[in-house]
Design a protein around this ligand. Structure first.
Ligand code: FO1
Length: 336
């Protein structure tokens, strides 16, 4: 581990931490952070580029994955959906010849129905998400990146595919040529997102080990968020989603090769570029870490158990505290 200074006093667990998070992979580290921080110190900025209308319902997969995970209601086998859910609705839908490529459990349906009803009544996604997380007893702040429509569209060898068509229906098989974020030119970040990034005593901004292209880029595409990250007082640290050249889950490594990138953790750090103040490599990638121009930490990033999630969260924040000792980031400019 390379540090700037190691004699800083330990930071309080009550100091706020912001994390940018997609679905399954990101939710693991979010849970670790949630466990080690004081109850309301965690602010999660969540990707809504995967949201879509399906069967007349507004589905927000990453918000729901994180909410279920923090509430202990998540399905540990799939990573998405509710623990111990039943599938009567899907069976009945199949009997009618309805669309069954996207699986909605009976209990999971409640969140989609309620969200859709409230959106149609004119409430914001932020307000609805906040109410759902309070109803689940979650004390962290779950913040959709925007209340405006922003949809990830994957331009593939088979043509342009809405995100869930690419990811679930086509199982991420078509080669990706480009990724677009429809609505990004008009989508605004919610006030809660900007407030979180401007908290004066912010301890760290953590980019979870989510897919950079599919889960983090949509967040960065919302006007003002990238700039708020480069301007914020806290160090911005990304945790590598690549370990030993492979993604723990999902198509990150596949997309990297389709974009003619090396499937390495270093390539992820380079991709985030000037946004970062620090990068976290897995132990497996220690050799490539040593050439990193950024301050870095080498630790276990594979999160199999709850203990692993908490340990990684602790390691990342301890690393952030060493970077906090650096002069303020004031004046650092970055692309919007
Ligand atoms: N992922 C799948 O691979 N297959 C599904 O049928 C599926 C259903 C589903 C329902 C609700 C939900 O909140 C998530 C669901 N996901 C499913 C996960 C989701 O599509 C992706 O994991 C995320 O969008 C990527 O982060």
């Amino acid at each position: 581990m390379q540090t700037i200074r190691n004699d800083e006093p330990e930071r309080s667990t009550a100091m706020p931490v912001v994390a940018l998070c997609g679905g399954i992979g990101g939710a693991k580290l979010a849970l670790g952070l949630y466990h080690i921080l004081e109850s309301d110190a965690l602010f999660l900025i969540l990707n809504t580029g995967d949201d879509f209308e399906h069967l007349g319902l507004h589905i927000s997969p990453d918000i729901d994955t994180v909410a279920y995970t923090l509430a202990g209601k998540n399905n540990p086998k799939t990573g998405w959906g509710r623990r111990d859910d039943t599938w009567n609705f899907m069976k009945a839908l199949a009997e009618l010849g309805g669309e069954t490529w996207f699986s909605l459990g009976d209990g999971d349906l409640a969140i989609h129905v309620e969200r859709t009803r409230r959106l149609k009544a004119g409430e914001s996604l932020s307000q609805i998400t906040d109410d759902i997380s309070r109803a689940f007893g979650i004390s962290a702040h779950l913040l959709p990146m925007t209340d405006d429509p922003l949809r990830t569209v994957i331009e593939t060898e088979e043509g342009a595919l809405p995100f869930q068509d690419y990811f679930v229906r086509k199982q991420s098989k078509p080669a990706v040529k480009k990724i677009a974020f429809e609505g990004a030119d008009t989508a605004l970040p919610s006030a809660a997102v900007m407030n979180a990034l401007q908290l004066p005593d912010l301890r760290a901004v953590v980019i979870c080990p989510s897919n950079p292209f599919l889960s983090i880029d949509p967040i960065l595409a919302v006007a003002g968020i990238r700039r708020a990250l480069t301007d914020c007082s806290a160090p911005v640290i990304a945790v590598s989603p690549i370990i030993g050249g492979q993604a723990v889950k999902g198509p990150t490594a596949k997309i990297m090769s389709e974009f003619s990138m090396l499937s390495t953790a270093r390539a992820i750090a380079d991709y985030y570029g000037e946004l970062l103040d620090g990068f976290v490599f897995d132990n497996t990638d220690e050799a490539e870490a040593s050439g990193s121009p950024l301050p870095y930490l080498v630790t276990q990033t594979l999160m199999e158990s709850l203990e692993d999630r908490k340990q990684l969260a602790h390691d990342v924040l301890t690393f952030a505290d060493t970077l906090n000792a650096r002069p303020a980031k004031a004046g650092v400019a970055g692309p919007q």
